[in-house]
Design a protein around this ligand. Sequence first.
Ligand SMILES: [Fe+2]
Ligand SMILES: [Fe+2]
Length: 224
Amino acid sequence: MTTTQPRHDMYSAIHKGIRYAHCQQLMHLSNFDIDDDVARDALIASMRRHMVLCHGHLHHENEHIHTALEARSPGASEVAEEGHVEHEQSFAEIENLIEALAKAPKSERAAAARALYRRFALFMAHDFEHMNEEETILQTALQYAFTDAELMEIEHRIVTSIPAEEVPLSVVPMLCAMHPSDRRATLSGMKQGMPPEAFGGVMEGMVRPHVSDREWAQLSDLRG
Ligand SMILES: [Fe+2]
Ligand SMILES: [Fe+2]
């Protein structure tokens, strides 16, 4: 009996992370204290950070994945490209609504917050469908057009193109969204490819605040 090795998956980890971050952001939008300026400012700052993640993800896919796929299979990235055009419109509208909330007097803050909440939820709904298309239709096209080594090379180009200050925006939700066994495997891989001090920084800054004491103890061998 022959067993088939699963092909390299370009999307699963980052899309799980984005879904996780979308849901966290929607919850934050839905229940922040609209009467408190500090809470409003914190919400706006977190919303802007989240949109940097969303922009960055779309940009990486356009520049590194769609360009490469189009060169091998013209037209294959069309379905995802259409979704990206719609996303760019959403980003512009969401930014306008963030700005409106930032400037709204207290008497208009509830209405401004509600408008942003609803528009962001609509974008999330579209993005959930879009990511599913990428994980099925586009993933199949990529796996047909490229070897796993080539897919890993594309992924490596994406990872190394992310500015250091933006790395936590994607890595933290990606790690948070994983089952503990997947988190351990991912961290083991990261440890092999990073200088010890940098990996120590990831463990202390991006893992420790988000895992239970029990899981942290179980990861002690990676920290040694
Ligand atoms: Fe996309
Ligand atoms: Fe995507």
